[in-house]
Ligand binder design. Structure first.
Ligand SMILES: Cc1ncc(C[n+]2csc(CCOP(=O)(O)OP(=O)(O)O)c2C)c(N)n1
Ligand SMILES: [Mg+2]
Length: 317
């Protein structure tokens, strides 16, 4: 299980580093919200999800998408605005979607992953096949009306939804303490008669355990759960944000506890894998990323005609 979590986390980390490298080199032109520091959360959740299950997330959610199985080539096609993207290059980071892998949407509207996942939970319940949906969102989004509306409806109708708040301590430039009346977001679950837990999201076992309980509960028809997963974002809000509002001691402390190398070391210490095994996983990932980047740059942009398709209900003349 830990090795499976590492496979996903290492992919997310390497992919993030590559995206940033491409942007800084001027080859990739996109706004980018780095999930570095938050890799463990979706990696530890996704090992308990299968192809029936669906996720919705936010603009920062490349990690959530990769952990669920969003393939690299359509992802890079989308990031680069090419026809090979999953939305033919018309969505970008704010609208990543690949329904075949259950990756329904990243959204730029803060709080909107929750009502969408609630609707998907309702559809799953009507289908009766035991599928679940996951809504990933940030600490800032927990103060949006849609959070309360979604939790209420999901609980009332006992929908198979897992609400996972990735509390990275900041919403844009505003700290959690300056924006939120409660110390633990999980206490809000009580207001909607569902279980709520706060856990260390960067601890793979804690995250795996909490997600497994919630997913099993949802599959069994017992309704939704709220999980507040504590974490930290390493690269500020949007790439280019100098993050001067984060006290340097706070950032340094979080970076010193970087969860991906920590898990890597743990796998070695516990002899879950030897170094050669880990390096093989990492070089296979590097190779896959390399191929996806090359394929994206080799693909054409959508072109004017394609840009109008699928955008308007009635195509423009
Ligand atoms: C409805 C809405 N309000 C405000 C914004 C502007 N905005 C973009 S990101 C953001 C912060 C959200 O923070 P959080 O939910 O903690 O997610 P994080 O970026 O930390 O992962 C805000 C306020 C928006 N995009 N949508
Ligand atoms: Mg946040």
């Amino acid at each position: 299980m830990l090795l499976e979590i590492y496979r996903r986390a290492a992919l997310i980390r390497q992919n993030d580093i590559r995206v940033i490298k491409e942007i800084r080199a001027g080859r990739l032109v996109t706004s980018y919200y780095s999930p570095r520091g938050q890799e463990i959360i979706p990696s530890a959740v996704s090992v308990s999800l299968d192809e029936r299950d669906k996720i919705c997330t936010i603009y920062r959610g490349t990690h959530d998408m990769l952990a669920k199985g969003f393939p690299l080539k359509p992802l890079w096609g989308e990031l680069a605005g090419r026809i090979s993207g999953s939305c033919k290059g018309k969505g970008g980071t704010m609208h990543l979607t690949h329904p075949e892998s259950g990756c329904m949407v990243t959204t730029g509207i803060v709080g909107s992953s929750m009502p969408i996942a609630t609707g998907l939970g309702w559809a799953a319940k009507l289908d009766g096949q035991g599928a679940v949906s996951v809504a990933y969102f940030g600490d800032g989004a927990a103060n949006i009306g849609a959070f309360h509306e979604s939790l209420n409806m999901a609980s009332l109708w006992k929908l198979p939804v897992i609400f996972i708040c990735q509390n990275n301590r900041y919403a844009e430039h505003t700290s959690f303490a300056n924006s939120t009346a409660v110390e633990r977001l999980s206490v809000r679950a009580a207001g909607y008669a569902m279980p709520g837990v706060t856990i260390e999201g960067n601890d793979p076992e804690e995250m795996y355990g909490a997600a497994k309980v919630a997913i099993d509960r949802a599959r069994a028809g017992e309704g939704p759960t709220l999980i507040e997963a504590l974490t930290f974002r390493f690269n500020g809000h949007v790439l280019g944000d100098a993050a001067a509002y984060i006290p340097s001691a706070e950032l340094e402390k979080a970076k010193a506890a970087d969860p991906v190398p920590k898990l890597r070391q743990r796998l070695l210490d516990d002899r879950v894998s030897d170094l050669a095994g880990i390096e093989e996983i990492e070089s296979a990932i590097a190779e896959r990323i390399e191929q996806a980047v090359a394929a994206a740059y080799a693909a054409p942009t959508p072109g004017i005609e394609e840009m109008k398709r699928d955008v308007f209900a009635h195509e423009l003349a």
